[in-house]
Design a protein around this ligand. Structure first.
Ligand code: GTP
Ligand code: MG
Length: 423
């Protein structure tokens, strides 16, 4: 397949909006347009539908289907993009009666991810998610993808074309899984030395385009890709940072989240986001200039919940302050969100404040516990002596029995050596 395939495909968008009028569609409509463009499509027309229970077989009612048919014909559209998730049956039925390619929100996001993936691991992860998504959609009627050949929804990572033969697809899934296992094992090996160092890990999380990578750059001085396109980052970068109090930490940039993030992708990226689950502190980057800040905030919290890390210590970084002239907006959000600091990753404004807050959070909050450290963990024992206060220490044949008080961030690091009997 050539590089150009898919670019300039003409799309009709179908967006669900409150009462079905353009004015109420607002930010959701803007976002799906951006997604379509990020996938390389041209938006030829938009069809709005009122929210409410979709038709089980066709998603749309008869009247809307007729409208859609006309739009497709009038604009000679190559595909119809739905901002909602369709069932395999709905997608198949629509393809059949409209005789055009149908892509839903999940398929669209997967396609964008496939185009963005750079490292071997990210490519394999995306392909796995794509194959899982495709499998139930290849049965029965949903054959049009293979009939129509290329373009959005048929592109695998890199220059590859997705397998659309069920049997071959199953086989490919096996191959991808085993390759993924190897790549991940490799990454664990590479991570081991870092874990030993026991420096706190800080993870940047947030909505796509919130400015995570820009902030990563500002803090670490590293060149990483930033872009106004959605989902610029798929392969998280990790760097060592020295904080103003000389404390050393690791900072990891991550893939951005989005409203209705396909669960296949949350699953696929669980391993990459594992960095996030090991994090001691999350920096939740929020785009102050987004038209629907609160919705984006909530969408991120929802993904954090799916990952089981919504309770981690978290700083809310209100970014793109330079774009906001209304001080009240900032003041309101600073009051609303936990540990909020307003900054501009682009101009550097507020950065010292953010760093001070990080230092503060890393050093405050002391917890006491009883630990049993085997002698092989000499580094950790030294760490407890350095960072904490020893209340009692006993050297036993297998290791050291410790009663100690530690800043919570370090305490969490030692969690697995916590003795059952708490002091
Ligand atoms: N004006 C302004 N623009 C910013 C600021 N921070 C980031 N941007 C811009 O916002 C866009 C997105 O920034 P990124 O850093 O790529 O965002 P991200 O959160 O890493 O996005 P993904 O990797 O897609 O999840 C880029 O065009 C940045 O230049 C800021 O403080 N002010
Ligand atoms: Mg990024």
């Amino acid at each position: 397949m050539t590089k150009e395939t898919g670019y300039g495909e003409k799309a009709v968008l179908v967006v669900t909006a409150g009462d079905g009028r353009e004015e109420t569609a607002g930010a959701a409509l803007e976002e799906v347009k951006e997604l379509a463009v990020s996938a390389g499509a041209q938006v030829a027309a938009v069809l709005l539908r009122r929210s409410g229970r979709p038709d089980p077989a066709f998603f749309l009612g008869t009247g809307k289907i007729e409208e859609l048919r006309q739009l497709v014909r009038e604009h000679q559209a190559d595909l119809v993009l739905f901002d909602d998730e369709l069932t395999p049956a709905q997608a198949g039925n629509l393809e059949e009666i409209l005789e055009t390619k149908i892509i839903d929100r999940t398929g669209l996001i997967l396609d964008i991810f496939a185009q963005r993936a750079q490292t071997r691991e990210a490519k394999l992860q995306v392909e796995k998610a794509q194959l899982e998504y495709l499998l139930p959609r290849l049965s029965g009627k949903g054959k049009i993808l293979s009939r129509l050949g290329g373009g959005i929804g048929t592109r695998g990572p890199g220059e590859t074309k997705l397998e659309t033969d069920r049997r071959k697809l199953r086989r490919r899934m096996g191959v991808v899984n085993s390759k993924l296992k190897k790549v991940r094992a490799q990454r664990y090996l590479q991570r081991a030395p870092r874990e030993k160092k026991a420096w706190p890990l800080l993870a940047l999380v947030g909505y796509t385009s919130a400015g995570k990578s820009t902030l990563f750059k500002a803090i670490t001085g590293t060149q990483v890709e930033t872009s106004e396109r959605l989902f610029a980052t798929l392969d998280p970068a990790l760097r060592r940072v020295v904080l103003p109090n000389r404390q050393e930490v690791f900072l990891v940039d991550t893939v951005g989240f989005i409203r209705k993030l396909p669960h296949q992708l949350v699953e696929a990226f669980r391993a990459t986001l594992e960095e996030t689950s090991h994090a001691d502190l999350l920096l939740h980057v929020v785009n102050l200039a987004a038209p629907n800040v609160d919705e984006e905030f909530a969408a991120v919290i929802e993904v954090l919940r799916q990952l089981g890390i919504e309770d981690k210590p978290r700083i809310t970084v209100l970014n793109k302050k330079d774009l906001i002239t209304n001080e009240f907006t900032i003041a309101r959000l600073e009051r609303t969100y936990p540990e909020a600091v307003a900054i501009s990753a682009l101009t550097g404004e507020g950065l010292p404040l953010l760093l001070a807050k990080i230092v503060d959070l890393l050093s405050s909050r002391v917890k006491r516990g009883r630990f049993f450290l085997p002698y092989s963990e000499g580094d950790l024992l030294a760490l407890v002596h350095e960072k904490g206060r020893i209340i009692k220490e006993e050297y036993l044949p297998a290791g050291v029995d410790l009663d100690a008080e530690l800043p919570s961030i370090w305490f969490n690091r030692l969690q697995k050596y916590l003795a059952r009997r708490q002091a």
